[in-house]
Ligand binder design. Structure first.
Ligand code: LLP
Length: 441
């Protein structure tokens, strides 16, 4: 069990989160349901901002990466915690604005921002747009000119460090669809181009080297490469960065192959990154850049669990045992997409010994519709409540109505209270946007 969350096993042998028995949550709200631990979310937001405050004189801002999980309530929490957010679509931006999030603390990403998204960003007075193509620079400059305004921008660069969990690789050239490479001159060309745009104010650089990263050195290396580049550009083009956005990517615990980090361990990643930045800034006598980081998964991932009800149990003698639940790839597509591993427990029998290895299947008409493969469980029976842990990030945000299943609701738990932050869908929602042309009537 993860001691950082409010997750624990109570005296009834049930899993508890946010002071609520998960069996009661399942009874009250039904299943499947996403459950978010408010205390955990807030702790993680604070843990990172505290490091910026203590180790970098408060000269920077944590931006919560909305793509991990976004809804109005999360923006309200981020706002109360005085952090910023990054958004990657009109939909995320609209949600943040609807939640009353201060738009000057919104950073807008995207490798192919639509005209309508850029217009929305300007209409909402988004603080910073992270430019990722010539196409975008042209459209944005034109829109700003028409509106007679100047827009702060960062440019997304690619430092040639790609990290994957425990390993990272350095590449001279990148084949990523994101950013401009520092090593082949394309980032420099783009900076020159942006500096020539009268209505865009280039403030600095953004990079993001990957996700679910545990190797501290990959962040250190990325910071060094970006600042080497910043120094080169200062000397060559006379442009000195004012802002440095190092993206997100800090890893979390999904199962026991991953380290179990406490908030202070997560904070340590940022401390290491900051120390590398300070060293380089000093070495090159640069002005200290305003620092931004964009953690998503590590803020919300372990804050969330998903509760299911076990339905059919199918034992294929000597081959495999499937325990089917009322969810599936429509609400957690990460096994189907990435073969992601999760920790699964029977929430109503949490103290019972695991006696068998099973695969957890969803209810979609597709063999690959699995939540977890070969995980230990007590002998599950229909009606048991199953909890899958660390589902707060990239589950709801990647859910769909595949097979016309309902995207589950989400609730926020805190100190024995539970409230909807995303309401349940109904059959009416499923057909809401269907249209029947007259000739079919
Ligand atoms: N900033 C940028 C520019 C990003 O592209 C991302 C993630 C983040 C921040 C947040 O990274 P995090 O701290 O959450 O690792 N769907 C995948 C994850 C894709 C992440 C893409 N970008 C998954 O389910 O694992």
């Amino acid at each position: 069990m993860n001691e950082r969350t409010t997750l624990k096993i109570n005296e009834n042998g049930h899993l508890e989160i946010g002071g609520m028995d998960t069996v009661d949550i399942a009874k009250k709200f039904g299943t499947p349901v996403y459950v978010f631990d408010e205390a955990h979310l807030r702790n993680m937001m604070r843990a990172y901002q505290d490091v910026i405050d203590s180790d970098y004189d408060g000269f920077g801002l944590v931006l919560y990466a909305s793509k991990a999980f976004s809804c109005k309530a999360v923006y309200s929490i981020a706002n109360q915690e005085n952090i910023g957010v990054d958004v990657v679509s009109g939909g995320e931006l609209y949600t943040a604005v609807k939640a009353g999030f201060p738009t000057d603390k919104i950073y807008m990403h995207g490798n192919n921002k639509l005209l309508s998204e850029l217009e929305l960003a300007l209409n909402c007075k988004v603080g910073t747009i992270v430019v990722d193509s010539y196409h975008e620079a042209d459209i944005l400059d034109k829109l700003c000119k028409e509106r007679n305004l100047k827009q702060n921008v960062l440019v997304r660069i690619n430092p040639g460090v790609e990290a994957h969990t425990h390993a990272f690789i350095q590449t001279a050239r990148t084949d990523s669809k994101f950013g401009f490479s520092v090593s082949d001159g394309s980032a420099e060309d783009m900076i020159r181009y942006l500096l020539s745009k009268k209505n865009l104010v280039l403030e600095g650089y953004h990079c993001h080297i990957g996700s679910q990263i545990f190797e501290k050195q990959s962040f250190v290396l990325a910071a060094k490469k970006v600042l080497d580049f910043a120094f080169k550009i200062k000397n060559k083009l006379g442009f000195e960065l004012k802002k440095l956005n190092m993206g997100g990517g800090f890893g979390i615990w999904y199962n026991d192959e991953d380290p179990k980090l406490k908030p202070e361990d997560h904070a340590d990643y940022l401390k290491t990154l900051i120390s590398a930045i300070k060293t380089k800034v000093k070495e090159y006598k640069l002005n200290k850049p305003y620092l931004l980081i964009e953690p998503g998964r590590s803020i919300v991932g372990e804050a969330g669990i998903t509760l299911y009800t076990v339905g059919a149990v199918k034992d294929i003698a000597g081959i495999k045992k499937y325990v089917a639940v009322d969810g599936g790839m429509f609400e957690n597509p990460r096994y189907a997409l990435y073969q992601s591993k999760y920790t699964v427990i029977l929430a109503n029998r949490a103290t019972e010994e695991c006696t068998e290895m099973v695969s957890v299947a969803g209810k979609c008409c597709e063999s690959g519709d699995l939540i977890a493969v070969d995980v230990p469980l007590p002998k599950a029976e229909s009606g048991d409540i199953m909890a899958v842990l660390s589902t707060g990030a990239y589950n709801y945000s990647m859910a769909s109505n595949y097979n016309r299943n309902f995207i589950p609701p989400a609730i926020l738990v805190e100190n024995g209270k539970a409230d909807y932050i995303i309401k349940p869908q109904t059959f009416e929602d499923i057909v809401r946007n269907d249209a029947t042309p007259d000739r079919l009537k």
